[in-house]
Each structure stands twice: as C-alpha cells, then as structure tokens.
Ligand binder design. Structure first.
Ligand code: AP5
Length: 239
C-alpha cells in the first residue's frame, strides 16, 4: 500500500450539505493519501481570527450563513493551490460552492495547474456525501472541534473521551459561531439553492460519484476510498 499511496491522486472535490461530513472525511483522506485538505471554511475562519482584510470582509457574510463573494474566494483558493504541497493532489472541502466557482476551478486547473509538467493532467474526482436532511441539524448542533489540531467531534455520535477536551492534545473544544440554529437554517438554504447545482454541473460532465453519508464514519470512509482507488490514474500516468 505504501507504494500505491505514494503516487499522486490529483484533485479530490468533496461536496455535501453543511454537516454532511466533508471535514471529517477529508481528514481520513489526508491520513491515507498524504495530500493536503483545503477547507475554504477553515481558511476563512483563520483569516477572521487573524483580522486580515479578507477576514474583515468575510466575517459578516459567514455570521449570517451567506456565501462570501466569489472574487474574494478566487484569490484565496488560487494562492493556496499554487503551493508546492498541492502538486501530488489536494482535497477541496467547501469549494466550489456555486456553478460560477466550479467553472472558475475548471479554468484554473486547465490553464494554470495542469500546465506544470510535474503534475500531469488528472481530472478531479468529485464525491458528494449524501445525508438525510433530518440528521443534519443534530450533526451540526452536536459538533465540537479542537482549535489547536482541528479534530472534529460530535457530542452525540463521536464524543471525546473526556467531556469538552480534545483526545489528541487536551485543548478545550469549541463550537463554531455559525453552528447556531438560526444560522444553520440559512446555511442549509444556501446549499439547496446555490450548491446543489454544482453537483449537476459535475454530473453533466460525468464526474460525479455519490456516497451514502448516513452510515457510521468508517463506513463512509470505506466508500470514499473505493471511489478514489477506482478513479486514480494508472501507474503509467504522470501523477
Ligand atoms: P464550511 O466551513 O465549509 O461549512 P459547511 O459547508 O457548512 O460544512 P460544515 O463544516 O458545517 O460541515 P462538514 O460537511 O465539514 O461536516 P463535519 O465533517 O464537520 O463553510 C462555512 C462558511 O464559510 C459558509 O457558510 C460560507 O459563509 C463560507 N464559505 C466557505 N466556503 C465558501 C465558498 N466556497 N464560497 C463562499 N463562501 C464560502 O461533520 C459535522 C458533524 O457531524 C461533526 O460533529 C462530525 O463529528 C459529525 N459526523 C460526521 N460524519 C458523521 C457520520 N458519518 N455519522 C455521524 N456523525 C458524523
């Protein structure tokens, strides 16, 4: 397996509604394939916390559960994808979130990313994690995360060993500002209206694969690994 996992797998795009488990599954993919997770939500939250101009511009949109304007997203994502650790592949979690972002990403990959002979052309694997709508509220309200290592917990389904403490580093777990019930409804609505068409965009291109996200975490992970293994470039590919 070491030899297989050392080869690149190209871009992996995780789609799914708020609370579907994109962040949870991205961390499993990072561990197995050693490619970075690029969570646009995490990047934005870091910017908000540091008070950067991007963070200041994004803060109110995020607090209302609305999307941050596309032009701000493009600069942030392009800067991140240009970093050397993305060469063997990367996981996009939370991007693209509307059809315009999907079109931008395709153009970016075609004209800038695949341009580099180190990377070869490796079309994204697009995986949508489907979860029953009625389960999402409980998943989101029960979520706690570690501010230091980023590990994600759930007080109902994946509690830490000691209440409110991270199993890895003992830090006090935090609840995200936008995980309040009034904001969650707006986030779910934004997903229905703006992000669902992204799945249709990739389905039209024959690139969408869905997995059942209602199952326990490890079973969802198994499905995702199967999808990646069945789509990854063959050994003779440059990857
Ligand atoms: P973002 O941070 O991307 O949030 P999101 O898409 O709403 O997704 P979540 O992080 O809520 O859920 P997740 O799918 O990662 O679930 P998780 O693994 O944590 O975006 C936040 C905001 O940033 C947006 O509202 C917007 O304002 C802005 N933004 C971000 N990207 C943008 C973009 N591209 N354009 C414009 N604006 C953008 O799991 C949830 C919980 O469920 C956890 O507690 C977990 O332990 C539990 N769980 C996971 N899997 C399972 C399972 N199989 N069984 C039981 N429990 C499970």
């Amino acid at each position: 397996m070491a030899e297989r996992t050392s080869r690149g797998i190209g871009p992996v795009i995780l789609l799914g509604s708020p609370g579907a488990g994109k962040g949870t599954q991205a961390k499993q993919i990072v561990e197995r394939y050693r490619i970075p997770q690029i969570s646009t939500g995490d990047l934005l939250r870091e910017n908000v916390q540091r008070g950067t101009p991007l963070g200041v511009a994004a803060k109110d949109f995020m607090a209302r559960g609305e999307f941050v304007p596309d032009d701000l997203m493009y600069d942030m994502v392009a800067q991140r994808l240009r970093q050397a650790d993305c060469e063997r592949g990367f996981i996009l979690d939370g991007f693209p979130r509307n059809p315009a972002q999907a079109g931008w990403l395709d153009a970016f990959l075609e004209h800038e990313f695949f341009d580099n002979p180190q990377r070869g052309k490796c079309l994204p694997i697009v995986i949508r994690i489907d979860v029953d709508y009625n389960k999402l509220l409980r998943r989101i309200t029960g979520r706690r995360s570690c501010p230091v290592c980023g590990r994600i917990y759930n007080v109902y389904s994946q509690p830490p060993r000691v209440a409110d403490r991270c199993d890895v580093d003992g830090s006090t777990l935090v609840t995200r500002d936008d995980d309040r019930e009034d904001v969650i409804r707006d986030r779910l609505e934004a997903y229905e209206l703006q992000t669902k068409p992204v799945a249709e965009y990739y389905a039209r291109k024959g690139r969408l694969v869905s997995v059942n996200g209602d199952l326990p975490v490890n079973q969802v992970t198994d499905q995702i690994f199967q999808v990646i293994e069945s789509h990854r470039p063959v050994a003779s590919d440059k990857s």
